[in-house]
Design a protein around this ligand. Structure first.
Ligand code: ME8
Length: 523
């Protein structure tokens, strides 16, 4: 049976429309999902929306609509965006779905059966924006002397009767988990933060609310709804059919990767494994906290209102340009700042001028000088062999290792290096000049380029599925050859012998112009 790979993004709060951070995270997850599928793994990829909690309830109240109506409307925008971004999810989960109520209540009951839930009075600080409880010692002073959460969001004093989860009991088991599985939290800097936090000691966690009713009801405790993070985290199990332990649960759990942003690492690397330990469920293998995207150095957030609609970026630059840019420009674990200029420069220099031009020059020479028939190979020179060796190393060793490690920028840098090598080769070999002097050699040079272009296209399908699919279609390369193994096989000669004929090649990546409003924002 094929190896499985289960990966998830965070589920997004649909209290507003999606922003660039949502697009970034989901694109990265999609690239991984597509990469692992290409490697022959059976992948399950889940994303969706996190629809309960006080933040949703308050936003709906402000708008004068029900939280469900708000969730229905906004969740649709997320789903539409993900379709537009070519996200190949297997399940789009909404936490207001029936199966999610069942799963959350089952997890609750399992924690209760283990003696980890008790009723008490909560008094402390709560941030609605973060949907998080904070200790007094964690708070910072705002400019006006008011108290703020460590994320800089407002906090309010809350007094309620609530259920508590015995988180304190799990400090030692969690530290053992981090010690025994150094890869459990990545990158390293986030792991260190979490270890320090847990070493400082854990207090029991308030896990239900009585002051509002927009949530999953606590089983057997009328008036209590679950703290939104309890049900939110459970989504990763819901999507596999929990509490039914057979089927997809047996096949895909534990998750291979929870891909999330750096602000919610604590929930995934502390609370979530503690809940699972309590319920006797295996732990996910890895939590990766990626960096934040800034718009010209400024934080973008729904609550601050300086949000760029990612859907407009797709309209302006194209979906594959945006996918490529986001993964190429920033080192994945770190923060990054984007702008219209950065997108246009990257797209023009690397996609239009380097790769696009390489493909266009090669295919149009095949079209014109060989009447569209694939050129014949008449013995390779050491220069051809050196190019093959470079491209092989990049696409069979460097890129897969980098993708698997979530080092997307590194994978694409290696790819660009190979594209440069191809451009240097075409300039040095000058096939256009060989047409008259040595047509056999011209054929070999174009055939060599045809092969490496196909390989390089295959290697970036996870990042640019639409454009690379189009290019490989035009080149006559069958879908079953579009994997590292497939493209390694001897497909060229059979294709050339099949008398396959190229159509007039179309440019893949048009040169982009800066929008009129350049300098004033990326919108
Ligand atoms: O946190 N750059 O939802 P959310 C990059 N519902 N990533 C960003 C970002 C930015 N500027 N802003 C946010 C939640 N993110 C919870 C998650 S999971 C069981 C529940 C990331 O809509 C953020 O870190 O506020 C998170 O991973 C995701 O977008 C959704 O954020």
């Amino acid at each position: 049976m094929a190896e499985t790979f289960y990966l998830t993004t965070a589920i997004h709060y649909p209290n507003g429309k999606p922003h660039i951070g949502h697009a970034y995270e989901t694109i990265a997850a999609d690239v991984l999902a597509r990469f692992h599928r290409q490697m022959g793994r059976q992948v399950r990829f889940q994303t969706g929306t996190d629809e309960h909690g006080l933040k949703m309830a308050q936003k709906a109240r402000d708008l004068g609509i029900t939280p469900r109506a708000l969730a229905d409307e906004m969740s649709g925008y997320f789903r539409d965006l993900f379709d537009k971004l070519d996200i190949s999810y297997d399940r789009y989960i909404r936490t207001t779905e029936d199966d999610h109520y069942r799963a959350s209540q089952a997890l609750w009951q399992a924690m209760e059966a283990n003696g980890d839930l008790y009723l008490d009075r909560y008094e402390g600080w709560y941030s609605v924006r973060d949907e998080a409880f904070y200790d007094e010692s964690e708070l910072v002073d705002g400019e006006g002397g008011e108290k703020l959460s460590p994320q800089g969001t407002p906090v309010e004093w809350t007094v309620e009767e609530t259920w508590f989860f015995r988180l304190s009991k799990y400090a030692e088991p969690l530290l053992a988990l981090y010690r025994d599985n150094p890869g459990f939290i990545r990158p390293e800097s986030r792991r260190n933060e979490v270890v320090r936090f847990v070493e400082g000691g854990l207090r029991d966690l308030s896990v239900s609310r009585t002051s509002f009713d927009w949530g999953v009801p606590v089983p057997g405790s009328p008036g209590h709804v679950m703290y939104v993070w309890v049900d939110a985290l459970t989504n990763y199990l819901t999507g596999l059919g929990y509490p039914d332990e057979t089927g997809n649960m047996a096949k895909f759990w534990p998750a291979d990767l929870h891909l999330i942003g750096k602000d919610i690492v604590r929930f995934h690397a502390v609370y979530w494994p503690a809940f699972l330990m309590s319920a006797g469920i295996a732990l996910p293998k890895q939590v990766f906290g990626h960096g934040f995207l800034l718009n010209r150095g400024q934080k973008e957030s729904k609550s601050l209102g300086n949000v760029t609609d990612p859907s407009e970026l797709v309209d302006a630059y194209g979906v594959d340009v945006l996918r490529y840019f986001l993964l190429r420009e920033f080192s994945f674990g770190q923060d990054g700042s984007y702008s219209a200029e950065a997108i246009v420069n990257r797209a023009n220099s690397e996609l239009a001028n380097s790769f696009g031009n390489l493909a266009q020059r090669t295919l149009s020479q095949v079209f014109k000088n060989c009447e569209g028939y694939l050129p014949r190979i008449n013995g390779h020179t050491p220069e051809d062999e050196a190019l093959f060796a470079h491209v092989d190393r990049v696409i069979h060793a460097e890129m897969p290792a980098a993708y698997a490690d979530l080092a997307f920028a590194q994978a694409l840098e290696a790819w660009m290096g190979a594209v440069f090598a191809c451009n240097a080769y075409i300039d040095a070999q000058a096939p256009w000049a060989l047409k008259k002097t040595d047509p056999d050699r011209m054929q070999t040079v174009l055939a060599t380029l045809y092969i490496v272009i196909a390989q390089l296209s295959q290697a970036v399908i996870p990042v640019m599925p639409g454009s690379m699919g189009k290019l490989l279609d035009a080149m006559g390369i069958a879908p079953e050859l579009r994997s590292p193994e497939g493209i390694r096989s001897h497909w060229y000669s059979p294709l050339a012998e099949s008398e396959y004929r190229l159509d007039k090649p179309e440019g893949l990546f048009p040169r982009l112009e800066l929008p009129e409003a350049a300098g004033e924002g990326a919108e």
